[in-house]
Design a protein around this ligand. Sequence first.
Ligand code: GLN
Length: 485
Amino acid sequence: MYHTKTLTELSRMLQTREITSVELTRAFLDRINKHDKTLNSFITVTPEQALAQAKNADARIGRGESGALTGIPLAHKDIFCTLDVRTNCGSKMLDNFISPYNATVVEKLNAAGMVMLGKTNMDEFAMGSSNETSFYGAVKNPWNTAAVPGGSSGGSAAAVAARLAPVATGTDTGGSIRQPAALCGITGLKPTYGRVSRYGMIAFASSLDQAGPMAQNAEDCALLLNAISGFDERDSTSLDKPVPNYSADLNRDIKGLKIGLPKEFFGEGMAPGVREVVNTAIEQYRSMGAEIIEISLPNSHLSVPVYYVVAPAECSSNLSRFDGVRFGYRCKDPQDLEDLYKRSRGEGFGSEVKRRIMIGAYALSAGYYDAYYLKAQQLRRMISDDFTRAFQKVDVIMGPTAPDVAFNIGEKTSDPVAMYLSDIYTIAVNLAGLPGMSIPAGFSNKLPVGLQLIGNYFDESRLLNVAHQYQLATNWHKQIPENFR
Ligand code: GLN
């Protein structure tokens, strides 16, 4: 029953030689074999490579040279470049792409001795909130296979929730770690912008993208964050700031912690079942000695519109590299260069990606730049100033991660705006560059509900501490969907 254990527990079992990494890796590969036909959470499974890595890890443990992560299997979101392994990013455009190098996140976790089980399914180029935009088909939510797992890191969230991998990596541009974590009942953390290198992470919106851990609990997230954080000279926006030991403060008492509740997050739009769970979680914190303070983020209603100018603008520029010449898909028998560009992009990209490229190109074009892009950047500053003011009064901000529990597959595909509103509580955090977490806090209609924790810049240690204290007092993060126990 290895799959019911946390990374922390498995790590202990490896260190005491109760199990080997090869056994553990086999057990998870077996689970993927057995269950992923139902879930579709992986695009690529890499058993041979995994077993080779596991063997090396066992040897390393034998030599006494191992760390907390050595020998632990994990799944990488398919947005991370992985040397000699398919890296498809949920897109037909990259269906034939085998990466010639490793992303920094992958390289660091390899160096720690982790074992890659495979690459997880995701919305095409990380654009989506339901995993339905993937060229490789929708991912099913392990709690109810008629429902979406959230997105864009839906494959990683579903895999961890169904215990097909003990932990996974994800990326979050507007909510893509936190929202699927909430909808699948797992713990996910989006670090401060610049904390984790973006090198080798296929770019969507570079000023917002950030990689982070997805796991069963905060304790495991801390171990992964320890390994992936830090300066990287290959990412000009990664910050040269010492990496603390994120596991060190987990047990700090939270008595006197000041929790801010933004009144804008508790207005209309939140489903009653979500409200009830979030309020109960806040009461739990109050009973643990936290002080609850109402705050205001007056510009938060602007975050979705601002995001849908900034993110498409950046994506239209980032995705211009996929032109049929250098990477990925090329149309058949192009007549000339223009035909090559047009048909390769026309055939290689899905409709959501095309919609964003068009919006972005429009917003950046001469004559519209000031009205849209420049204005959005000004509002972005106001949104982040709201947080700066709030953090003068409180230590963390809490609220719902998503307005509702997982919706059904197909329910929102014809209504992009309804889909975009899934990230109404998460997007402002990316616009401000702050760290945010989602932790399981209960259920509504038998589907998981996430509580969102937002911290000040580089205050991941505190977020993890606050999450861990809640997880010591509650069991929500230990729930496993019935068919995957
Ligand atoms: N759902 C948002 C979008 O579609 C956020 C995606 C993300 O964080 N990668 O852009």
